[in-house]
Write a protein that binds this ligand. Structure first.
Ligand code: G3P
Length: 214
């Protein structure tokens, strides 16, 4: 399973990259707004740190504007993946960009048929938002499962990128189902490597060693 970090914060990206297990980065307009920096400049900085796919979301919502914004973003670096909303115009832009060899990440996917349509349009990634479905008492990981089945039934090559992941259990469920990628905030990436019994056990090992040998 590939692991992306979901942030536009450069320090967090560097910290995750230094772990040696980071495969890519996703950003979105809300994340870049938190940073208060020009989007293109931050994307250049991110691409200077991470060689893997870096998702850059368009702000435009209309087909032609999405297309030209997507093409501009794609010029920033070879690893840029143009992130588009899964709307009617977004799917159309996905098809046009994919036909030109530009990779796309179709975001804000909340139902399996959206995922099928973006796969037919040639999307490189689809981003189902698990946490936001759970927030409204729907089953986010069930959506991942439905998409996995559909993609396997028809041999679609679009990668399932589980997004809006809030805790390690989300990640576990996605890994069990077979999501190809998960994009995760730094806090959750760290939680994936932690357990209270690990800390307790280590403390005990060191205390025993200290007692025996000083
Ligand atoms: O980047 C998209 C997604 O991961 C957002 O997550 O926590 O804002 O629902 P969240």
């Amino acid at each position: 399973m590939e692991l992306y970090i979901d942030t536009a914060n450069l320090d967090e990206i560097k910290e995750a990259h230094d772990l040696g297990i980071l495969d890519g980065v996703t950003t979105n307009p809300s994340l870049i707004a938190k940073e208060g920096i020009e989007y293109g400049k931050r994307l250049e900085e991110i691409c200077g740190v991470v060689a893997g796919p870096v998702s850059a979301e368009v702000i435009a919502t209309e087909y032609k504007a999405m297309l030209s914004e997507g093409k501009e973003r794609a010029k920033i670096a070879p690893q840029i993946v143009v992130k588009l909303p899964t709307t009617v115009d977004g799917v159309k832009a996905c098809k046009a960009l994919s036909d030109e060899g530009i990779k796309t990440n179709m975001t804000l996917c909340f139902q399996a048929m959206q995922a099928m349509m973006v796969a037919k349009a040639g999307a490189f990634l689809v981003s189902p938002f698990i946490g936001r479905l759970d927030d409204i008492s729907q089953d986010g990981t069930e959506l991942i499962s439905q998409i996995r089945t559909i993609y396997d039934n028809y041999g679609f090559e679009t990668k399932i990128l589980a997004a809006s992941i809030r805790h390690p259990k989300h990640m576990l469920e996605c890994a069990m189902i077979g999501a190809d990628v998960a994009t995760v905030p730094l806090k959750v990436i760290k939680q994936l490597m932690q357990h209270p019994l690990t800390d307790k056990g280590l403390e005990q090992f060191l205390a025993d060693y200290q007692k025996a040998f000083g």
